[in-house]
Design a protein around this ligand. Structure first.
Ligand code: ME8
Length: 508
């Protein structure tokens, strides 16, 4: 069954289980969730995959340091990542672990497919390996002190006989793919960066480790002296999760209504693995390439990289318990343009909470419903014509292009315009003067606007969206893009329900 056009397949990286998750991991998973929810809004059936990357040197060492066996260690931390996705409201449909049989079998089949294409060979190799990155470095990619630019640690010298993957063979095919697909990588600067690397040419890479040095990995098919390199193993999760290798037929026969994936989401430091190595592996295994690789920037905290030694690692549970889940989700995309680097700070989050959420959106809903209760017996007034179709089409274009901040700006401009409408029309004065039609027109315009806003914010703030719709009198409302662009779905005569504020006062 080939890719179904109604299907949308989105993935996050599978996270290493060497340490607890922080807001950086949450950022990627929430970004992917926003897109997953938006695609559902547009009527797509969505497969949203996340999971954990559990093999390799880094994990083996972390387990050793804790004095437990690797399987016990990974079981425990993988569960915390699964729990985190529930806490983040991430609407995942699958969670894959690289220690699961479905993955191990599929990764080995993938290896066999690359071997059958003549792309795997053995050679003795000496290189500089950063365990933090699980990656070999060539001296020119290290900093002035010879350190890995990500972990700022001097890599280890490794020498062993490994299997190699003919990455170089795919340089030209990838160049062509990049040229024919100018939006293959988002954002544009990352597309250009990858295209430049291709211009310089790709080198073959080591894709196995000797069992003597590292046993915590997936055995190489037909050679039990070697295990797979953790990245070769991990990248295949995107297809093993949807059944690659599950059937015992030829590799070429693999098709799935989900493949190719629509978006692989991650941060920039692993873009190269997703935009170059993974596509080359797919070409080797004769599978189609994903539609898009989305490589967002890094989240810093108060201007600094999060690190254990600086003690500034922010725990997502702390943010959620203080400000609420939706405020956290909103802040991440309202404050920082998605794609670039962004800075997280409690001060900035609190400012957005007060201004955009409490003051603009929360107050708009609260005072409009209060006025409808006072002046219209708590019922939706008669329908007034209006349209915002053009606005929502713009919103949708931004969403489809991962431009989350401009999409939110569109919504908030509208929220502010509705607040201004109240200030201008002064329904309390109109009521006093007996201008009932004016009162009803103003309040209907705002209430129907709020219904549309509730749908537009739903990818970012699913709980808030439901709360808003409940106050507008809907027992149940299935948010759909068609219902967003159509004006007048809030039926006159419906009962409005005043509830506690959407965004309560913060505890001091
Ligand atoms: O790289 N800002 O796993 P990982 C933004 N297992 N995003 C951040 C972040 C930050 N400060 N910190 C982490 C791996 N992330 C491999 C992936 S995929 C086949 C294998 C997010 O646990 C971001 O998505 O190191 C980043 O790319 C990812 O976590 C790295 O997760």
């Amino acid at each position: 069954m080939p890719k179904n056009s109604d299907h949308y397949y989105i993935t996050t990286p599978i996270y290493y289980v060497n340490a607890a998750a922080h807001i950086g991991h949450a950022y990627t998973s929430i970004a992917a969730d926003v897109m997953a929810r938006f695609q559902r809004l547009c009527g797509k059936q969505v497969n949203f995959l996340t999971g954990t990357d559990e093999h390799g040197q880094k994990i083996a060492r972390a387990a050793d340091a804790k004095g437990v066996g690797p399987q016990t260690f990974v079981d425990e931390i993988s569960q915390t990542f699964r729990d985190l996705h529930v806490a983040l409201g991430a609407s995942i449909t699958d969670f894959i672990r690289t220690t699961e049989p479905r993955h191990i079998i599929g990764a080995q089949k993938f290896w066999e497919a690359a071997a059958a294409a003549g792309d795997i060979y053995k050679k003795t190799y000496e290189g500089l390996y950063c365990v933090g990155c699980e990656q070999f470095y060539i001296p020119k990619d290290l900093d002035a002190e010879g350190r890995c630019p990500i972990h700022l640690k001097v890599p280890e010298l490794l020498q062993e006989e490994n299997y190699f993957f003919r990455l170089s063979k795919y340089s030209d095919a990838l160049k062509k793919h990049f040229d024919e697909n100018p939006h293959f990588v988002f954002p544009q600067n990352r597309q250009k960066e990858m295209r430049q690397i291709l211009e310089d040419g790709l080198e073959d890479i080591s894709i196995s480790r000797s069992v003597e040095k590292l046993s915590w990995g997936i055995p190489v098919p037909g050679d039990d002296t070697q295990v797979m390199y953790v990245w070769f193993d991990a990248l295949t999760n995107y297809v093993t999760a949807i059944g690659y290798g599950a059937r015992d037929d030829s590799h070429d026969a693999f098709t799935s209504p989900w493949w190719p994936a629509d978006a692989h989401v991650m941060a920039k430091e692993i873009n190269r693995f997703h935009a170059l190595l993974w596509p080359a592996m797919l070409l080797s295994a004769k599978l189609a390439l994903p539609e898009q690789v989305v490589a967002h920037g890094w989240l810093t905290v108060d201007g600094q990289k999060m690190s254990k030694s600086l003690g500034n690692v922010v725990n997502p549970y702390d943010v959620i318990s203080k400000y609420g889940l939706d405020s956290f989700r909103f802040f991440l995309f309202r404050e920082m343009p998605f794609g670039g680097d962004g800075d997280f700070s409690f001060t900035k989050l609190e400012a957005r909470y007060r201004a955009d959420l409490q003051n603009d959106l929360g107050n708009l809903l609260m005072r409009t419903i209060a006025m409808a209760i006072k002046f219209c017996d708590g019922k939706v007034p008669p329908t007034t014509p209006g349209t915002h179709e053009e606005l929502w089409h713009k919103y949708s274009e931004h969403m489809n292009r991962w431009e989350f901040q401009p999409a939110l700006e569109i919504i908030w401009d509208y929220v502010r315009a509705l607040n201004q409408l109240i200030d201008r029309e002064k329904p309390w004065t109109a009521a006093k003067e007996g201008r009932t039609a004016d009162v009803e027109r103003t309040l209907y315009t705002i209430l129907e606007g709020l219904r549309q806003i509730a749908i537009a914010v739903s990818p970012f703030m699913p709980e808030t969206s439901q709360k808003m719709l409940a106050q507008l009198g809907f027992d149940y409302f299935d948010p759909k893009f068609d219902n967003l662009i159509e004006w007048g779905l809030l039926k006159s005569g419906g009962t409005l329900i005043a509830e506690s504020p959407l965004f309560p006062q913060l505890a001091e």
